[in-house]
Write a protein that binds this ligand. Structure first.
Ligand SMILES: [Zn+2]
Ligand SMILES: [Zn+2]
Length: 472
């Protein structure tokens, strides 16, 4: 049996290599000849041959697509026909999770940190066993598996309860154990429930001093006003104006004519289209700042002491909307955003923690989110696989889902400025204490991701656009 398994693994990799070679050759041939076939006036036989060649290209490409798909799902161990063991008693008398995989298969690698974590976390309550079937080929046959990774659930008596092929997230594993009456959640392992649904303090600031986008206080020298059908909208800064601009779904032609900024020198209003802008960067954070001026001379004079560059509106706008949230398209500064690395190497940003997870839903790809604890700025890294959390660093990290009550009594997102990740529940609680007006609840990061994965393409298109969050 050892040999059969070893041969199968080899055979599979040889076959893959042949398919890849055939595709490469076919594609090369296709690129060279397809254009000339379309133009050629040769005899019928010649044409038929060439068309057959095109067919080969298509078949080869399909084969590769299937191969890639199969690789993502798991690696086939075709040819193993030994039935599953009826029972596999455990020495410890505990329920047991056996994962059969290999160290070089992608979904197996994604399983590794989950298994390690569960082994540690449920010590004394659940046996977690990993078997490398490429190093122990007998095991693959013994357990009768067809694909790696395969997870097999055994009860305390050693009776097989269930098996699953492919990547299986921690939340799904726990849910499955629960179905079989093994509840692994308890005070030690479960994220403690925490919520604050009514603010600890009411916001007593006058309404016209609160920024419409970020809820920050508006300094009179940087006020921006936008005339809308529903009346004037007040914003704390030109940056919040560009955020608002990027969240509009209406036709934006001539929109800038509705906008007034404040002259930094006199504090008097000036039309956005007539202002000059001084832009610089904060020395320590690198975060951009913008000051508006009625006259270019005044901007140049301020530059002499404050530094920065004087920009016209068009150049400023280009710069301000050049970095967008990879989920909701909102303009953002990378310094404020979560970094998102999409499978394949593309980098983007999440304007908030939850939007960062949304990149997995929007692209349909695996992502890595690098976010900072909203209280302590400590790093938090989330890796996803097939729309589920594959690893979380640190493991104690949780999400705050900022919510507010709508006039009809239901709860909805309080918007991107009110979300965040924390390295642990204590940090989250401290932050909530420091921000007495915030309302919402603690949720596991896996739930924040699941909420995004449930969205339809239409919902994703509308995400975070003006009017989608709780009205103010
Ligand atoms: Zn603002
Ligand atoms: Zn966003």
């Amino acid at each position: 049996m050892t040999e059969i398994l070893a041969q199968n693994c080899c055979r599979e990799s040889e076959a893959n290599f042949v398919i890849l070679l055939a595709t490469a050759a076919g594609m090369w041939w296709g690129f060279l000849w397809v254009p000339s076939i379309l133009k050629s006036k040769g005899d019928v036989m010649n044409k038929a041959l060439k068309i057959a060649g095109v067919g080969l290209v298509i078949v080869s490409a399909t084969a590769v697509m299937l191969l890639i798909q199969q690789r993502r799902k798991g690696v086939s161990l075709q040819g193993l026909t030994t039935p599953a063991m009826a029972a596999s008693p455990t020495a410890s008398g505990l329920p047991r999770l056996v994962d059969l995989g290999a160290d070089k298969c992608i979904p197996c690698k994604k399983m590794a940190p989950i298994l390690e974590e569960m082994k540690e976390q449920y010590k004394g309550r659940l046996d977690v066993v990993f078997i490398d079937v490429w190093k122990n080929p007998n095991a693959g046959a013994e357990y009768g598996i067809k694909l790696i990774p395969t997870q097999i659930f055994f009860d305390a008596a050693g009776k097989e309860l269930f098996r699953h092929e492919g990547f299986f997230s921690k939340e799904d594993i726990l849910a499955k154990w629960k179905e079989f009456g093994v509840d692994l959640s308890d005070a030690a392992s479960q994220t403690p429930a925490f919520e604050r649904l009514s603010p600890a303090k009411t916001d007593e600031r006058p309404k016209d001093t609160i920024c419409y986008m970020c809820d920050g206080s508006i300094a009179p020298k940087s006020l921006v006003t936008v005339q809308t059908e529903k009346g004037p909208v007040r914003l704390c800064s030109p940056h919040c104006y560009f955020i608002m601009y990027s969240c509009l779904t209406e036709d934006k032609t001539g929109f800038e004519k509705k906008v007034t900024v404040t002259d930094w020198t006199t504090g008097k209003p000036v039309a956005l289209t007539e202002a000059a802008f001084l832009c610089g960067q904060d020395e320590t954070t690198g975060r951009p700042w913008i000051k508006a001026f009625a006259a270019k001379d005044a901007a140049l004079a301020e530059r002499a002491t404050a530094g920065g560059n004087v920009l016209a509106l068009e150049a400023l706008q280009q710069k301000e909307v050049s970095h967008r949230c990879g989920f909701c398209d909102r303009a953002c500064y990378p310094q404020d955003a979560a970094e998102v690395i999409v499978e394949g190497g593309m980098h983007t940003w999440g304007c908030c923690s939850h939007c960062a997870l949304g990149v997995a839903a929007r692209t349909g790809k695996d992502i890595e989110v690098r976010e900072k604890d909203r209280l302590t700025k400590q790093p938090i890294v989330v890796k996803t696989f097939e729309g589920k959390v594959a690893s979380l660093e640190p493991k104690t990290a949780v999400a705050w889902f900022g919510q507010r009550q709508k006039p009809d009594g239901t709860w909805a997102s309080a918007g991107c400025f009110h979300q965040g990740f924390f390295t642990n529940a204590d940090n989250l609680k401290k932050w909530v204490e420091q921000n007495p007006c915030e309302t919402g609840r603690l949720i596991p990061i896996s739930q924040a991701l699941a909420d995004k994965m449930r969205l339809s393409p239409e919902q994703i298109k509308k995400a975070c656009k003006i009017g989608e969050c709780v009205p103010k």
